[in-house]
Design a protein around this ligand. Structure first.
Ligand code: SF4
Ligand code: SF4
Length: 359
């Protein structure tokens, strides 16, 4: 009986790369599955559109506005990153692989790491949302931006090592850092415990957001954290971002009263999916427009842009989750982001009230 994983690789890996590499891809997918790391590593269009993929990028600016995981991964697991990128390049037939970042310190670290290799290190714009596929032309529509954690996982699995797990603990924290939780017992991971390992908080009353500032979820101090936690943002309990979230506990009334229909959220949306229409539908308690949200990347630009302090990215996060799964099943690569407006990083942090927590 044919291996269903093998079928999922055709026609690209089976027909273009040959049986041997297709088998290697199957083995890699199985390793990922057995490690509980998901069924599909790359988007469907890479298999379905032979030869379309030109470049695989790791986005050095992809973390939520504050984060330490990426630099820590590069320093501690640089060799795994190189091995992971090399494996993906071989398996997927990409012409180039590389890193994009706007952070000079990270760029210097990556250039040192990638010296004497064919891995590219490119400078991207210091702006939000980060869009390496846009900055690193001319790979229009043919680039795959892969999360750095996934590449490290691939590198680790190839070398038969357990995939490392790092978690950024940042914000109102005495010693912000990326904790290495690899050999740890997940049952003890709570915000209070991870914060204790970072020297505690200088503020008496704090709230933890799992996942970062723009779309993160408030988490009870002693509640068990998800197994794949990678970002914990600690904020003073009276921080403006938390106040904005509390105001949205009844989003329909708040949107109906506060949404100015100004269209700014849509002007900043890199996917051009018009989140203002979804917000207006939410405010009226009507069904969301079906055309837009499947393309939502969850970047959070709309939340930063909104002058009324609404958080469209957070409010649309729930519906987006169920649509996201269908995106990767598409045979077509996603359109290149349009990026009409991008926000300078300093302005972004200032707008979110996070300038004081910059590293
Ligand atoms: S979170 Fe979604 S709707 Fe908001 S700007 Fe990003 S892609 Fe557009
Ligand atoms: S930016 Fe805010 S106020 Fe303006 S349309 Fe979007 S949700 Fe409404």
């Amino acid at each position: 009986m044919p291996d269903p994983l093998h079928r999922s690789l055709s026609p690209f890996l089976s027909q273009q790369l040959g049986e041997e590499r297709a088998q290697a891809a199957v083995a890699l997918q199985k390793l990922l599955q057995s490690a509980g790391l998901g069924e599909s590593l790359w988007p469907r269009w890479i298999d379905a559109r032979p030869g379309l993929l030109s470049t695989i990028w790791i986005d050095g600016d992809a973390e939520p506005p504050l984060g330490l995981t990426m630099p820590a991964l590069c320093v501690r697991y640089g060799e795994l990153l190189k091995d992971g990128l090399a494996a993906l390049k071989l398996l997927l037939g990409a012409k180039e692989v590389g890193f994009c970042t706007s952070k000079p310190a990270l760029q210097a670290e990556l250039e040192r790491l990638c010296a004497r290799t064919t891995i590219l290190v490119r400078t991207s714009l210091m702006a939000f949302p980060s869009q390496p596929e846009l900055d690193a032309r001319p790979q229009r529509g043919r680039a795959w931006v892969v999360p750095v954690e996934r590449v490290v996982q691939v590198g680790a699995l190839i070398l038969k090592r357990p995939p490392p797990q790092l978690c950024s603990v940042v914000g109102a924290v005495a010693l912000p850092q990326a904790l290495d939780l690899t050999d740890d017992d997940p049952s003890v991971w709570t915000p209070r415990e991870l914060l204790r390992r970072c020297g505690g908080s200088p503020v008496a009353a704090w709230v933890a957001l799992v996942g970062g500032a723009l779309t993160g979820t408030p988490w009870s101090a002693d509640a068990k954290l998800p197994r794949d936690v990678s970002h914990l943002l600690i904020l003073p309990a009276d921080h403006e971002l938390l106040t904005r979230r509390r105001l949205l506990q009844d989003p329909h009334a708040r949107i109906a009263n506060a949404c100015l229909s100004c269209d700014l959220c849509s002007a900043f949306c890199p996917e051009s999916i018009q989140p203002h229409l979804s917000m207006q539908a939410l405010g009226r308690q009507q069904p969301l427009p079906p055309a837009g949200l499947p393309g939502c990347s969850g970047c959070g630009a709309c939340s930063v842009a909104c002058p009324a302090g609404l958080l469209p990215a957070s409010l649309l996060a729930g519906p987006r989750g169920s649509w996201q799964a269908t995106m990767d099943a598409s045979d077509e690569p996603p359109p290149l982001p349009i990026g009409r407006l991008r926000i300078p990083t300093e302005l972004l942090l200032s707008r979110l009230g996070l300038l004081a927590y910059q590293h």
